[in-house]
Design a protein around this ligand. Sequence first.
Ligand code: NAG
Ligand code: NAG
Ligand code: NAG
Ligand code: NAG
Ligand code: NAG
Length: 451
Amino acid sequence: MLETDGPRGTLASRMAPLWPFVLAAASGILAIDAPHPRSSALRHLTKQLLQKYRKEVRPVHNWTQATTVYLDVLVYAVLDVDAQNQKLKTSVWYREVWDDEFLSWNSSMFDEINEISLPLSAIWAPDIIINEFVDIERSPDLPYVYVNSSGTIKHSKPIQVVSACNLETYAFPFDIQNCSLTFSSILHTVEDVDLAFLRSREDTTHDKKAFLNDSEWELLSVSSTYNILRSSAGDFAQIRFNVVIRRRPLVYVVSLLIPSIFLMLVDLGSFYLPPTCRARVVFKTSVLVGYTVFRVNMSDEVPRSAVSTPLIGVFFTVCMAFLVLSLSKSILLVKFLHDERCSRQEQTLLCLRGDTDAGGPRVDPRTQSAGVTEFPVWQEHQAQSETLKEVWSQLRSISSYFQTRDQADQQEAGWLALLERFDRLLFQSYLVVLGLYTVTLCSLWVSWSGL
Ligand SMILES: *[C@@H]1O[C@H](CO)[C@@H](O)[C@H](O)[C@H]1NC(C)=O
Ligand SMILES: *[C@@H]1O[C@H](CO)[C@@H](O)[C@H](O)[C@H]1NC(C)=O
Ligand SMILES: *[C@@H]1O[C@H](CO)[C@@H](O)[C@H](O)[C@H]1NC(C)=O
Ligand SMILES: *[C@@H]1O[C@H](CO)[C@@H](O)[C@H](O)[C@H]1NC(C)=O
Ligand SMILES: *[C@@H]1O[C@H](CO)[C@@H](O)[C@H](O)[C@H]1NC(C)=O
């Protein structure tokens, strides 16, 4: 007895924690058994709809009838505009609606159920893709579609589209991009699957309610066209949405254009220093270094594209070329003046040395001058004639020195005049380039804001 009683006791104690589950299971069975009209009608309807359904078959009774798919696109956000790879990444809400002739029912026979959800995997669905895809479509896996009692199926999903687009960077940062998303069936010709607009085209064009407004890009319009692509494989229906977006330029104006204009103005200011001033080289070098640092910092901001160069990049290069040109001019000037001075000093030395050579190798100028001021009484005649000769040769060398110096001065003046003219020319071209740049920017801005 003890042996049998012991195990029963332990069994009971083991079962004790499980009682709630047992009860719950029992009540669950009771609930399923209990009449639940709506749920049972739903079950009944779903079962009846899908029992004989063949999802491989296009859902029409008469095969000559095309299935019309109604499309709609809502642009939700512009995620990335990659000019280098000519790719546009957008997030769109995509809706498609079509009629399934095999999925209709009389709602009064099914407890007035007007709409039910069915698994997408269980029914026929059109194979519509975006032709411009260059990357895998990313969309959450939404398993259900809505079907109403007349057999209209509504399917909607958000998609992240990475599409190929011809991106124009010429007018950066005042650029407007026009990218198209073309929807078409990949296999079915227009005789089988036709496309149509779900909403009126005007509504689609100006619907910006869903668009995230606070990004770099502003949505201008989403115009749409329907056309039939005729090819050897058959005629395909296509619907193209042209997404037109415009960049907000303010951040680039503040971080790119204004600083570069300031640097150019500073460089322009350096023309007020006299051209012979050596500080100008230092000044221009600092401006050039500053400009280079600025460009390196900003190189990520300017879109790079192999097809077209942004105008702003051309401008930066022209500015740089001007900086380098005026810097090399200043360097040339300084080198030339330096050469001039060196050669003049050399000439002086040469003439002095030539002079001593003429006077005799053993006498140096100091003793010569001493000889001129206090000649001794003995050897008077000889000394006088020698001194006179010496004075004469001195005078000659001095005059020739002044002559060459005059020549050099004239040459220098000529060079200086030339360089000064070049300086003025450079200054004028600076002004012209800056003026052209301003005019171009203003006209770009006007055309940007006109759209
Ligand atoms: C299918 O429809 C076409 C016209 O739309 C009609 O001529 C043809 O008789 C129909 N076929 C059937 C089997 O109903
Ligand atoms: C739907 O069913 C009700 C009742 O069974 C019937 O009276 C009605 O005519 C049916 N409607 C259609 C469109 O078949
Ligand atoms: C089903 O949906 C379509 C499109 O929204 C509509 O035209 C049709 O009237 C709906 N049918 C019923 C029975 O509500
Ligand atoms: C966008 O491009 C399409 C053709 O690719 C053109 O029909 C449409 O007018 C363009 N839209 C704008 C605003 O430029
Ligand atoms: C979006 O931005 C534009 C221009 O910046 C403005 O006119 C418009 O009112 C904004 N819309 C919303 C919903 O914020």
